[in-house]
Design a protein around this ligand. Structure first.
Ligand SMILES: CC(C)(COP(=O)(O)OP(=O)(O)OC[C@H]1O[C@@H](n2cnc3c(N)ncnc32)[C@H](O)[C@@H]1OP(=O)(O)O)[C@@H](O)C(=O)NCCC(=O)NCCS
Length: 161
C-alpha cells in the first residue's frame, strides 16, 4: 500500500523527548537518554529523520556513517498504531535515497533474527542477509543485512543467483 501524507524531516533538539520515548518503548535494552540523543543530533557522522503525520512524530530512522562509503541504519521504527500502512517502506526508501545522494555505496543494518516483519521489508528493499552478528542484541540473536548501492542506481542484494 502506498502512502502520501507522511512527511520526513530532520529531527531537531525539540523532538528528542518524543523520539527517546519511542526508542525506549521499541528497544528496551537501549541505554539511550535525552542527553545522549542530543549528542547524536550534534554528531557529524549521524543523521536522524522523523516521520510526521498530522503534526505528530510517528517514527524515526537513524543513520550512521561507518566509513567513507558505508553507512548503517542504526535505528528504525514506526509507532505501533501506524504500522502496516506503508510508512516504514516510505521511510526506508527515503533513507536509502538520502544515502545514495551522499555517495554511500554500502548500507548495512542489524536486525533480530526473529524479526520476520522487518526482514520481509528489508528483503523487499533489496537488502541481503550477510551473516550472524557477533554479539547478541538485548539477549537476542541478531543478523547483519546489507544493500549495495551501485553507481547506476541499480540495487541488488550481495548474493543472487
Ligand atoms: C519494521 C517496521 C518499521 C515496519 O514498518 P511498517 O510501517 O509497519 O511497514 P510497512 O507498512 O511499510 O510495510 C512494509 C513491508 O513490511 C512487511 N510487513 C509489514 N507489516 C508486516 C506484518 N504484519 N507481517 C509481515 N510482514 C509485514 C511487508 O513486507 C510490507 O510490505 P507489503 O505491505 O507490501 O507486504 C515496524 O514494524 C516497526 O517499527 N517495528 C518495530 C521496530 C523494528 O522492528 N524496527 C526494525 C529494527 S531492525
Amino acid at each position: 500500500m502506498s502512502v502520501t501524507l507522511m512527511d520526513i524531516l530532520p529531527a531537531y533538539d525539540s523532538d528528542s523527548k518524543e523520539i527517546v520515548k519511542m526508542i525506549k518503548r521499541e528497544f528496551a535494552y537501549s541505554k539511550i537518554t535525552e542527553k545522549k540523543f542530543l549528542e547524536k543530533l550534534e554528531s557529524k557522522s549521524k543523521r536522524v529523520f522523523k516521520a510526521v503525520e498530522d503534526k505528530k512524530i510517528i517514527g524515526f530512522v537513524e543513520l550512521r556513517k561507518l566509513d567513507f562509503q558505508t553507512a548503517r541504519i542504526s535505528g528504525f521504527t514506526i509507532a505501533p498504531k501506524f504500522r502496516g500502512k506503508g510508512f516504514g517502506k516510505k521511510m526506508l526508501e527515503f533513507a536509502i535515497d538520502f544515502l545514495r545522494k551522499k555517495k554511500i555505496k554500502r548500507v548495512t543494518l542489524l536486525v533480530r533474527q526473529d524479526n520476520e516483519k522487518a526482514k520481509k521489508l528489508y528483503t523487499k528493499m533489496g537488502f541481503g542477509f550477510m551473516g550472524l552478528w557477533k554479539n547478541k542484541i538485548g539477549g537476542h540473536v541478531a543478523e547483519e543485512w546489507e544493500l549495495n548501492l551501485h553507481s547506476n542506481g541499480e540495487e541488488t542484494p550481495n548474493y543472487v543467483q
